[in-house]
Design a protein. Structure first.
Lengths: 397, 122
């Protein structure tokens, strides 16, 4: 494991622990950054400390202490941080620190977009540029949003803790949404190759599992876990020999992780008795139906389109409508599906990809290529762009 | 003698002030504070962090109802400032809990804004 890998795998955990000790996002980030600089000078690939993560943690802790000692005037909070840092090397408290960081990022006094942005930045170490792509905004806008959010946490004294049991249900929804955003950034990266940050998908699944341990009575926690498991189960089929992305219809289903699909199915079955369906359980059911289908054509599209219809009543978003249209095309044909997208407008490239595909199937070739051009005007990762350019070439051929 | 609240409204700078600019503003306020305190006109006062640190609290369904918190300052024009409390609370959650018990939160909104703590005050 080299420095980059150590940071990718353990950076979020180290940062979470540092924030717990210092109570200060900026100080924690600066300290980790300084420790990284020292590591860059001292480590080489064949000469690593025996416990690289522990080494970074200790060095960052010392850097934070140095910085606090240099402050001429310290606030009571900084005195407390010094006392904590001085006392003992921070024990690895993986579970609690990550959850604490997650709940702090998802505090209801923080706007929903900022909650997800901050979590992607701190827990996942995504760059501002990558996060800006996720939200389809410019990088400086996102940088300002993230720095304002950190300032609000510090200035307004948002507590760094996992809420008490009785507070958990009302704090849950943004946490679920954020963990799913973490997973999605890993399953389908915002920049570079689509699988560039596959570690984040694993992190999303891990966080979802932690949430089911924290709140075993919340069906939507299980729904999120089942959704991430069933979706990620398909990762083995998404890549061809040349490293290009393969669409669902063309994937080799023998390369899917059928054990993960089965685990997701069992989880969902156990929750069904509670009769509290929510958006994550519904999406998990859809992912599960794809997972057990022997082929694209033999997929239960009828059931999937009905599930999307139900989901749309809970989440009337462009994303849900586009997915519903794709499913309905298999049940009622491309014309009916295209009509579902008539009054939809969005810069989301998959809207235009779906429209283009339906137009192509209806023989409307020039409309189909216009839609693809529209799709290509959006920001997307390199794999999506390559795929769309191949399609455009096929259309014009 | 009648008492008055003097509420300070100003445009928020888009970027952080330089040390010089900040120093000048602080000196001007210090001058006013000294004068007002000497004349026993000023009974108290605080500087607030800017509106991006604000949280607006509303209780849906009246007393004891669901507490709705929103990021940002209170922005409606129909409701007008009707009073204020100075709260000392453990953290923002604690402050929100208290704010939600102010009757104004049941039919209106409470903007909770952190107070700036200056180094010399510690």
């Amino acid at each position: 494991m080299n420095l980059a890998e150590t940071l990718r795998i353990e950076g979020g955990r180290i940062l979470a622990t540092l924030i717990r000790y210092t109570g200060d996002f900026h100080l924690a980030e600066d300290a980790l950054q300084e420790a990284t600089v020292v590591a860059l000078e001292r480590w080489s690939d064949d000469d690593l400390p025996p416990n690289p993560g522990g080494w970074l943690m200790t060095t960052a802790r010392n850097k934070a202490l140095d910085r606090l000692r240099r402050e001429a005037k310290r606030s009571a909070k900084e005195e407390e941080a010094m006392r904590l840092l001085d006392e003992a090397p921070p024990p690895p408290d993986d579970r609690d620190d990550r959850l604490r960081l997650l709940f702090t990022c998802c505090h209801p006094a923080i706007a929903p977009v900022s909650q997800i942005a901050l979590a992607l930045c701190t827990i996942c170490g995504l760059s501002t540029d990558e996060i800006a792509r996720v939200f389809l905004v410019k990088t400086p806008t996102m940088a300002q949003r993230i720095s304002r959010t950190k300032a609000k946490i510090a200035d307004a004294h948002i507590a760094y803790r996992v809420p008490d049991d009785h507070e958990l249900p009302e704090r849950l929804e943004p946490v679920l949404v954020t963990v799913y955003a973490v997973f999605t950034a890993g399953h389908h990266a915002p920049t570079g190759r689509f699988d560039a940050r596959v570690d984040l998908a694993d992190e999303g699944i891990r966080l979802a599992r932690l949430l089911t341990e924290l709140m075993p009575d919340e069906p939507e926690c299980w729904g999120l876990l089942a959704l991430t498991l069933a979706t990620h189960a398909r990762r083995g089929g998404r890549l061809d020999e040349s490293g290009d992305m393969v669409l669902l219809a063309d994937q080799d289903r023998s390369r899917w992780d059928h054990a993960a699909v089965a685990e997701a199915g069992e989880i969902l079955d156990r929750q069904q008795g509670r009769r509290l369906p929510g958006p994550f359980q519904i999406q998990a059911a859809i992912a599960g139906l794809h997972g057990i289908a022997p082929s694209y054509a033999e997929t239960d599209w009828q059931e999937i389109s009905e599930l999307y219809r139900t989901l749309e009543t809970m989440q009337p978003t462009v994303v849900v409508r586009v997915n519903r249209a794709i499913a309905e095309a298999e049940v009622h044909g491309p014309e009916a599906a295209l009509a579902l997208l008539d009054d939809v407008d969005s810069g989301w490239h998959y809207l235009w990809v779906a429209r283009s595909d339906l137009q192509r199937r209806l023989g409307q070739t020039s409309e189909a290529s216009r839609s693809l051009h529209r799709a290509l005007a959006a920001e997307m990762n390199d794999s999506d762009r390559a795929l769309l350019e191949r399609r455009l070439a096929e259309l014009s051929a | 003698m009648p008492r008055y609240a003097a509420l300070i409204y100003a445009e928020e700078p888009s970027s952080a002030p330089t040390d010089d600019e900040w120093g000048q503003v602080m000196a001007e306020y210090a001058e006013f504070s000294e004068k007002g305190e000497a004349a026993k006109v000023i009974l108290g006062g605080e500087a607030l962090h800017d509106t991006s640190t604000a949280t607006t609290v509303h209780v849906e369904g009246g007393k004891g109802g669901d507490i709705i918190t929103t990021d940002g300052p209170f922005a409606e024009t129909k409701e007008a400032l009707g009073g204020f409390y100075l709260l000392e609370a453990a953290d923002l959650d604690d402050a929100i809990k208290w704010a939600s018990q102010i009757p104004g939160a049941w039919h209106g909104h409470i903007e909770v804004r952190p107070i700036m703590e200056f180094d010399e005050e510690k």
